[in-house]
Design a protein around this ligand. Structure first.
Ligand SMILES: C[C@H](N)C(=O)N[C@@H](Cc1c[nH]cn1)C(=O)O
Ligand SMILES: [Zn+2]
Ligand SMILES: [Zn+2]
Length: 474
């Protein structure tokens, strides 16, 4: 086909493409703490340089400041808005991605250094390899392939690349509103590749869960105390917090906050049947994840609880003694962190009220003199696409061209916070076109992307440009 020279170029350049991913992974652009936002900015500069080399116009859009939990106001990293040369006769595709990463330390249990991309048995290990540096580079390499062969890219291309996705995409929602009539006005399609397949088969994603992230702070004394001197005679902040955290979810994974489960859209018969038809190998999932016993026994229940029911996870406690050894301390202030994944018909502002009211009631029952503060720094809504949108036809055809199979049509249990905002504010067609493998281990130790997914994924994106251009013009 006409795409063959492009695919050949991508195959020939694959070592160079892997080398570039190595350079990107080497930048520890962890967005979880302002202390490392300078690395996020460095990563955004490197990304912008690459887009400039492809002839792109770049704007570093300012998205203001964020008030941190300690009251400090910190300037956020900018968002890259970019555009390649425009031809008004072609449709315009806007590619969203992020170049920040989750935190990673070798001592967390990585086999290799998280910031040194290391290839083992065809897998490229490194923080951000799959989430989301690999896919962002794959888009840029797909553009590069057309340009290197002096072939016209069949669509106009815009980019939105941010460095705060893992921290909730703060500021990007307002920027989207501000630029709706300008940057977004000529956009026909928005594509996001920031998630994974559910099996070895390629997939198109039409829904994601949202996320409400909570901080529960319990403050006791002015300083940490000796547990031999004060233990037994004071209300300990950590004891209060553990009681609160233990009241959120039961051992069967059921959320205990009143109102949460009641809000969830009921499972229809038609939807239930759809789950039976989904190819999902539970044994392979167990093997890949290392989970020996799930909360549910059937593939249908597991997928439903990953895609269409809320879940509550407890992530950590700031201020708790967590080093090795035995320090007999009573921490003065502790902050529990948990999040609740959001599904239709949940509303993050309602969830915030429900959680706050519930925790305040439980805390009051403890008669503790300590101070309780509940905040929700992230409140991202779930996203559901219109699957009859022509963009899904282009996605399916591109998968068929590169992989020779029909893609699975799947949902995503995790969250791309800005997806729902793009949909609500711009009204544009959105698709998720993942290239990450089911066993990539995003956010985990030993995150990886296979060389094959990275390179075939680059071809998929090149084919997607072509297939979009073949759709009837809007
Ligand atoms: C799906 C995406 N690659 C991702 O990992 N998103 C994060 C975003 C998030 C949600 N709450 C806070 N950050 C995720 O789903 O955890
Ligand atoms: Zn991501
Ligand atoms: Zn992520």
């Amino acid at each position: 086909s006409g795409l063959d020279p492009i695919f050949k170029y991508i195959d020939e350049q694959q070592n160079e493409f892997v080398q570039r991913l190595k350079e990107w992974v080497a930048i520890p652009s962890d967005s979880s703490e302002p202390q490392t936002w300078d690395k996020v900015v460095r990563m955004l500069n490197v990304t912008a340089d690459k887009i400039k080399m492809l002839g792109g116009n770049i704007e570093f859009a300012d998205v203001g400041s964020q008030r941190m939990s300690n009251g400090q106001l910190v300037h956020l990293p900018p968002v890259i808005l970019a555009e390649l040369k425009k031809d008004p006769k072609k449709p315009t595709l806007c590619i969203y991605g992020h170049v920040d990463v989750q935190p990673a330390k070798k001592e967390d249990g990585w086999t290799t250094d998280p910031y040194t991309l290391t290839e083992i048995n065809g897998n490229l290990y490194g923080r951000g390899a799959s989430d989301n540096k690999g896919p962002v580079l794959a888009w840029l390499h797909a553009v590069e392939a057309y340009q290197a062969l002096k072939q016209e890219i069949p669509v106009n291309i815009k980019f939105i690349i941010e460095g705060m996705e893992e921290a909730g995409s703060n500021g990007l929602d307002t920027l989207t509103e501000q630029r709706n009539m300008t940057f977004f006005s000529d956009v026909d399609y928005i594509v996001i590749s920031d998630n994974i397949w559910i099996s070895k088969k390629p997939a198109l994603t039409y829904a994601t869960r949202g996320n409400c992230f909570f901080f529960v702070e319990v403050e006791g004394q002015k300083q940490d105390m000796h547990s031999g001197v004060f233990g037994g005679s004071i209300h300990e902040a950590m004891t209060d917090l553990i009681a609160l955290l233990d009241s959120l979810v039961d051992s069967r994974g059921r959320i205990l906050v009143p109102g949460i489960n009641e809000a969830v859209a009921p499972l229809t018969e038609e939807e239930e049947k759809r789950y039976q038809g989904i190819e999902f190998d539970l044994e392979a999932h167990k093997k890949d994840s290392g989970v020996t016993k799930f909360l549910y026994d059937t593939k249908e229940e597991i997928l439903q609880h990953r895609w269409r029911y809320p879940s509550l996870s407890i992530h950590g406690i700031e201020g708790a003694f967590s080093d090795p050894g035995s320090k007999t301390v009573i921490p003065r202030k502790v902050i529990g962190k948990f999040s609740i994944r959001q599904v239709p018909n949940m509303d993050p502002s309602e969830v915030e009220k429900q959680v706050t009211k519930y925790l305040q009631k439980l805390f009051a029952e403890r008669n503790s003199p300590n101070q309780l503060k509940v905040t929700m720094p992230i409140g991202a809504k779930p996203w559901v696409a219109n699957v009859s949108d022509p963009q899904f036809v282009a996605g399916r055809r591109a998968v068929q061209t590169v992989f020779g199979v029909d893609p699975d049509l799947i949902c995503e249990g995790s969250t791309i916070p800005i997806a729902r905002n793009f949909q609500d504010v711009t009204g544009k067609s959105i698709i998720m076109l993942p290239i990450g493998g089911a066993d990539d281990g995003e956010h985990s130790q030993n995150e990886k992307m296979s060389r094959s997914n990275y390179i075939q994924g680059t071809k998929l994106f090149a084919a997607f440009f072509y297939e979009l251009s073949q759709l009837p013009q809007k």
